[in-house]
Design a protein around this ligand. Sequence first.
Ligand code: UTP
Length: 300
Amino acid sequence: MPNEISKAIVPAAGLGTRLLPATKSQPKEMLPVGRKPVVQYVIEELQAAGLNQMLIITGRRKRAIEDHFDPDPMLLSALEQAGNEALLSELSFIQRNTRFFYTRQSSPRGLGHAVGLGADFVDDDDCVVALGDSLIAGEDPAAPVRAMLHTHQDLKAAAVIAVEQVPADEAHRYGVVSIKGAEPPPGEPVVLTDIIEKPPRGTAPSNLAVAARYVFSPAIFEALGRTPPDRQGEIQLTDAIKSLIQMGQPVYAWPLRADQRRYDVGNFESYFRTFIDLVLADERYGYLARQYIKAKAYEL
Ligand code: UTP
């Protein structure tokens, strides 16, 4: 079945407090992971999944994101004149038949609030939501979203949400889901029966955490509209998903396969892990990085 969904919302307006001072004057979504900023991985993944209209939710100190996706005619003609085909092809993510739109979230009132700002852009269509600080690694990083889009259309879902296994003692950091049945079937949809944002330590209903990729029908915007802010004053996307479930709407989890992995740059520990793993896997510099780390390991 052809993929009829063309729109994606990429929330990138969070403060990135946990990454200070690195994020004092630059967005965390622009932190480099190897040779590219993290948000470029996200956009390239969405392009490879067949999406060509991107709404990036930005905010104060986030202008570098707009500059990054804006064609730079002077730079391009300088590279063309120099005959630098290699660097020109590195910049092709800007030109690939993609339209970029931007909306500002003036104060970071939560991920749900950020996604809600995309209501007019999405209109009556279905859409993907992909967090701007999280990338999917694997041989084909677009495979999960592509499969989730098919699931969404085949099952006429209200939401399909990527999930992944996390260690039990880390579940309190994530949105955690309950599913129908005991074992999550990797790479296949399963009915999602409940979802809770950052459950207190030791109370998580499972170790399946929401993994930064979602496909939604427009019903999510009505749900967000009736979702009250939490105690911190933030509107949580997980609360809106929970209300879809409570209204009897079809909501599915889509467990990532073992060879697909979500990385986020939300804190230094996971940023460093992301950087190291992606550099080691880099087709151009991975070999050098592996040599260096092997030599270094003797000193540790
Ligand atoms: P996080 O949950 O990591 O929050 O955001 P944060 O505010 O960016 O970081 P800290 O807690 O201050 O360190 C996950 C994704 O959702 C976006 C972020 O930009 C990030 O890509 N987000 C979060 C928004 O767009 N708006 C918000 O109000 C919150």
